[in-house]
Design a protein around this ligand. Structure first.
Ligand code: DAH
Length: 339
């Protein structure tokens, strides 16, 4: 008979050196498992003489109990150690700063467009958007721009095919709206326009904001009153406008509209080239022929219209010198327009 004390000593030594609960389990199986040493002893009972069996059996049972308690105690200790290790390894520092997600922001042109819409919506204008691919009729003919007008030249206009082009001006929307809606009309039409033009202040694609008012007894004074309101809200509370005679085929009379320079307050600086004024848009009283082209009686109704470049407004407002900056998608530039 193998010495039971010896087995206990062996089991204790192995169990105590087990570092993990997994290793400890393996030691336990080695002694108490189905093919373990203690189990083998029990199986060996058969070969023990009848009279010695009770004493032998008791001894083995004691041994098993002893080992079971030993493993139980050790299991508790190992589990506790493992838990502590896990807790200390998985500790989180709640004071550590979180990871920031970069938030996007509206593009400066979108912001400027929205600001313009807000200003004019406050004066009762409704937004109407026309298509970017237009017919020559809406972009030119109906706007009283004859076939031999230089604006129709291939050098200014992107033609898609005969009679179809990328609109050069949001003014085309005026016709589309007047064909559908009868006066009174107060329309605002923002959108992309295209011209074969490319330098520091011109881009082949840019944005315009068109305005159109058609009603009875509309005067140039109404136009200037609204533009004054626009200049005050967009640039400075003290901003003023000035109208200069000009020419557009679709307006008569036509004007260029200047806004007092917000950089120098009208005294004259490098931005306004010493004049105190900055040209911001074209406007005028809607040419009667344009009204008639849309079936509106020009004896009863009159109107005014204006068109401005959204990039130009944004460049003036934010002091941007090169129009390309808006389209290069350089986040260092764009981020400056975040709130
Ligand atoms: N369509 C003109 C342009 O692109 C701007 C403009 C001038 C629009 C006078 C108007 C207007 O509605 O009345 O240069």
């Amino acid at each position: 008979m193998e010495d039971t004390e010896h087995i206990v000593a062996e089991a204790m030594a192995e169990a105590e050196s087990a570092e993990s609960s997994r290793a400890l389990y393996e030691v336990k199986m080695k002694f108490l498992g189905r093919t373990g040493k203690v189990t083998a002893l029990l199986k060996g009972m058969r070969d023990v003489a009848q009279e010695l069996r009770p004493a032998f059996g008791k001894r083995i049972n004691d041994l098993r109990e002893k080992l079971e308690t030993l493993f139980e105690d050790l299991e508790k200790k190992v589990k506790k150690r493992e838990l502590q290790k896990k807790l200390s390894e998985e500790q989180i520092d709640v004071t550590m700063p979180g990871r920031r997600t970069a938030a996007g922001a509206l593009h400066p042109i979108t912001r400027t467009r929205d600001e313009l819409i807000d200003i004019f919506a406050g004066m009762g204008f409704e937004v109407f958007e026309g298509p970017e691919i237009e017919t020559e009729y809406y972009n030119f003919t109906a706007l009283n721009t004859p076939a031999d007008h230089p604006a129709r030249d291939m050098q200014d206009t992107f033609y898609i095919r005969d009679g179809i082009l990328l609109r050069t001006q949001t003014s085309a929307g005026q016709i589309r709206l007047m064909e559908k809606k009868k006066p009174p009309i107060k329309m605002l039409s923002p959108g992309r326009v295209y011209r074969a033009d490319d330098d520091a202040t011109h881009s082949p694609m840019f944005h315009q904001m068109e305005g159109l008012v058609v009603d009875k007894n509309v005067t140039l004074c109404d136009l200037q009153g609204m533009l004054d309101e626009f200049a005050r809200k967009m640039f400075a509370e003290t901003a003023k406008t000035r109208l200069r005679p000009s020419y557009f085929p679709f307006t008569e009379p036509s004007v260029e509209v200047d806004v007092s320079c917000s950089a120098c307050g009208g005294k004259g600086c490098s931005l306004c080239k010493g004049t105190g004024w900055i040209e911001v848009l074209g406007a005028g009283m809607v040419n009667r022929r344009v009204l008639e082209n849309c079936g509106i009686d020009s004896a009863e109704y009159g109107g005014f219209a204006f068109g401005m470049g959204i990039e130009r407004i944004a460049m003036l407002k934010y002091g941007v010198r090169h129009i390309r900056a808006f389209f290069e998608n350089d986040t260092r530039f764009l981020e400056q327009f975040k709130d």
